[in-house]
Design a protein around this ligand. Structure first.
Ligand SMILES: [Zn+2]
Ligand SMILES: [Zn+2]
Length: 281
C-alpha cells in the first residue's frame, strides 16, 4: 500500500469545510497532500433544504462530487462525502445520520467507499407559533453551536433563511414569519460546517474508510480489500438447522476479483437456539 498514494495530491470535493476533519486524517493515514478547490458547487447535486432535489442515491452522488472536483482541478485522486438524515432503519422512531465517503483513484482505477450509520444527530424540525416554542426547540438541538433554518412552512423554499447561528438573527427572522403568517417552520441546518455533531460522524466514517483503504488484497496487493458479503447459515447448536446468522464473511478485491472467505467470523461454529426458526419459532 505504501507508496501508492504517498506524496500525491488529493482533492476534497466539498464546499462545506469538511476538510476540517478529513485533512488531518487523510494526510496522516495516506501521506497525501490535501487541497480543496475554490468555486466547487456541490449544491448543484442536491441540498438538504430542498431547493435542489438530490436525483441519485448517496453513493452515486458522492462519486459525482469526486468526478466534478477531478474535472475542475485535473487531480487524479479525490474524496467526497454525502449524508442522509431520517429515521433509523431498525429503530424507526429515532433519527439517524447516514454518511457515505467515496475515494476515487483514476490513476490506479480504484473506488473505495465506506458507509457509517450513527444515532448521534440533532436532526429535526417543527412548526412553531410562538417564540417560546421556537426557543425550546432551539435549545434541544444545540443552537447556537449548531445552525438552524427558518421558513414559512415545511415544504416552502421561498423566504427560506439558512445558516442562522445567533439569537438575534433567529428572533428577527421568527418575528417576521410570526407577523406575516402567524407561524413558521424551524429545522436543523445539516451542512457540515454548521453542525459539529455531523462533522464528528464524518470523521468516524473517514476512520472506517482509511481502515478499508489500508487493507490490501493478498493476491494483487490493491488497497481496499474489505468485507463485501455475508454468507448466512450458521447451524443451530441443538437441531443443526441453518439459521440466518453469518456462517462466513466474504472479502472480494474490486481490482482482481480475488475472494477470501472468513469462516465463523464471530468465533463460534454453532448458533444459540434462540435464533433458530425451528427451536424458537
Ligand atoms: Zn486483488
Ligand atoms: Zn434449532
Amino acid at each position: 500500500m505504501k507508496g501508492i498514494f504517498e506524496g500525491r495530491r488529493l482533492v476534497i470535493a466539498t464546499k462545506h469545510q469538511k476538510e476540517q476533519v478529513l485533512r488531518p486524517l487523510l494526510e496522516e493515514g495516506l501521506k497525501v497532500k490535501v487541497f480543496v478547490p475554490e468555486n466547487l458547487d456541490t449544491d448543484l447535486l442536491g441540498t438538504f433544504s430542498g431547493e435542489v432535489q438530490r436525483k441519485e442515491d448517496p453513493l452515486s452522488t458522492a462519486r459525482k462530487k469526486c468526478e466534478l472536483a477531478m474535472e475542475m482541478t485535473g487531480c487524479d485522486l479525490a474524496i467526497a462525502s454525502e449524508g442522509s438524515f431520517g429515521s433509523h432503519p431498525e429503530a424507526f422512531f429515532l433519527p439517524a445520520n447516514e454518511e457515505w465517503l467515496v475515494f476515487l483513484d483514476h490513476k490506479k482505477g480504484l473506488e473505495i467507499y465506506a458507509r457509517h450509520l450513527s444515532m448521534e444527530t440533532n436532526f429535526g424540525g417543527m412548526e412553531f407559533q410562538s417564540l417560546e416554542e421556537l426557543t425550546a426547540f432551539s435549545q434541544k438541538v444545540l443552537f447556537p453551536s449548531h445552525g438552524l433554518i427558518l421558513r414559512p412552512g415545511a415544504e416552502r423554499i421561498d423566504e427560506l433563511v439558512k445558516g442562522i447561528t445567533d439569537q438575534k438573527s433567529l428572533e428577527e427572522c421568527a418575528a417576521f414569519l410570526l407577523k406575516k403568517y402567524g407561524k413558521g417552520y424551524v429545522e436543523t441546518d445539516m451542512r457540515a460546517f454548521l453542525n459539529p455533531t455531523r462533522m464528528k460522524v464524518i470523521a468516524e466514517t473517514a476512520a472506517k474508510l482509511l481502515e478499508k483503504i489500508q487493507c490490501c488484497c493478498p493476491s494483487c496487493s490493491s488497497p481496499g480489500f474489505a468485507v463485501t458479503a455475508m454468507v448466512a447459515g450458521l447451524p443451530c447448536e441443538w437441531c443443526g438447522t441453518l439459521t440466518r446468522s453469518p456462517l462466513a464473511y466474504e472479502k472480494t478485491c474490486s481490482h482482481c476479483s480475488f475472494t477470501e472467505r472468513i469462516l465463523h467470523p464471530h468465533d463460534k461454529s454453532t448458533e444459540d437456539p434462540m435464533y433458530c426458526d425451528r427451536c424458537n419459532p
